[in-house]
Design a protein around this ligand. Structure first.
Ligand SMILES: Cc1c2[nH]c(c1CCC(=O)O)Cc1[nH]c(c(CCC(=O)O)c1C)Cc1[nH]c(c(CCC(=O)O)c1C)Cc1[nH]c(c(C)c1CCC(=O)O)C2
Length: 342
């Protein structure tokens, strides 16, 4: 087993005692950093950057160097999985991801395949290996994937949406087709996560970014069973489940084989701890907009959050990704407040 110089995040995830709270920031590698924008310009495009292992590794490490966060997260995107299944995406400037082809029928489903990570996602695995070498045990590396339901949303809808009504339509109109697609995504996701672990990821996070568009009953049918398969299959490293907006599913997720549950800022901290119980780690959950406040406000809001979570079985983070126009010094203030908390 590799010896990490700073293993606070791993210990917190495993429920072991920590001498201070570990912190990282969702979307810490990205447009908030001028040094990221410089590499991104050199790469020419988001996909160009994500598929270039040396450059992807460089931007992965940037926030560790700049902010001193307690983990790196591999620079990639959740949409590399559908692409590896045969459904490519394009990243439109100012608009976000678009899938020129979508899955709406049995015939569409027949056209996609199970991802072969060692082949189709080799560029991510190579980036992980480079990051591990360059970090040299400084901090753990987080791998990640989208939750099957969130990936399903993009593969059916074809683009971002406030409602994902085309994707949700399939849940009501053709539930069997929906389940067949969800199962295919799950199989590819499991092999991808396992490959990330083999390449060197110390922990993995599952992003269910669109969980909040489902009713509690639908979540139990169309998301949780697939998260359960992932949690039961990926046993090599601690798994974090982050289901944005799924306040109604906290108890259900706590019953799964995961180490950590990520909270967004709509979820009350004490209530979450009650629902989840003492045997899981919680992660989160400052409103990303709090970082628009002045330094005193950022510090006060961060302290208020920690006072509620406590210092053990806890990983500090925002409640969702940092917004691109946030001043990096505010992120630094957030990180410093946590690392200096007594
Ligand atoms: C839903 C989702 C996506 N991607 C991701 C999610 C789940 C997390 C969440 O809910 O925010 C996950 C993701 N995407 C990216 C990371 C990098 C690692 C990190 O967190 O630092 C991670 C963890 C890079 C990225 N992924 C994307 C960018 C911005 C594009 C660019 O830099 O040109 C980055 C840095 C593009 C992307 N990718 C996606 C969208 C909707 C967009 C467009 C919106 C936007 O621009 O932020 C899909």
């Amino acid at each position: 087993m590799e010896k990490l110089q700073n293993d606070l995040l791993l210990r917190a995830a495993q429920g072991l005692p920590v001498e201070r709270i570990p912190v990282w920031v969702m979307r810490q590698a990205g447009r908030i950093l001028p040094e990221y924008r410089a590499v991104r310009a050199k790469a020419g495009s988001f996909i160009g950057l994500a598929t270039h292992p040396e450059m992807a590794a460089e931007v992965t490490i940037q926030p560790v160097t700049r902010f001193g966060v307690d983990a790196a997260i591999i620079f990639s995107d959740i949409l590399v999985v559908p692409e590896a299944m045969g459904l490519p995406y394009v990243m439109e400037e100012q608009k976000g991801p678009v899938f020129p082809e979508v899955i709406r029928s049995k015939a569409d489903l027949a056209k996609i395949r199970d991802a072969n990570p060692e082949q189709d996602l080799k560029y991510v695995l190579d980036a992980i290996k480079i990051v591990k070498k360059e970090l040299a045990g400084k901090v753990p590396l987080i791998g990640f994937a989208g939750a099957p339901f969130t990936i399903f949303c993009y593969m059916v809808e074809g683009k971002g949406s406030k409602t994902f009504s085309q994707a949700k339509k399939m849940l009501y109109a053709e539930p069997e087709l929906a389940h067949a697609l969800l199962q295919k995504i799950t199989d590819s996701t499991i092999s991808y996560l396992k490959a990330q672990v083999v390449a060197g990821a110390n922990l993995v996070q599952i992003f269910d970014s669109w969980a909040g568009i489902l009713s509690p009953a639908q979540y139990s049918v169309f998301s949780t069973p697939y998260l359960k398969q992932i949690c039961d299959a990926v046993t090599e490293v601690p798994v974090t489940l982050f289901a944005k907006g799924a306040f109604f599913a906290r108890e259900e997720m706590a019953a799964l084989n995961c180490a950590t549950i990520g909270l967004d800022w709509n979820m009350d901290i004490a209530e979450s701890r009650r629902l989840v119980g003492p045997n899981k780690t919680l992660q989160g959950n400052l409103d990303p907009c709090a970082l628009y406040g002045d330094f005193k406000t950022v510090e006060a809001e961060t302290k208020k959050m920690i006072d509620q979570f406590g210092t053990q079985r806890y990983i500090a983070n925002l409640g969702h990704g940092v917004y691109p126009d946030i001043d990096p010094d505010k992120v630094q203030c957030f990180v410093d407040t946590i690392q200096n908390y007594k």
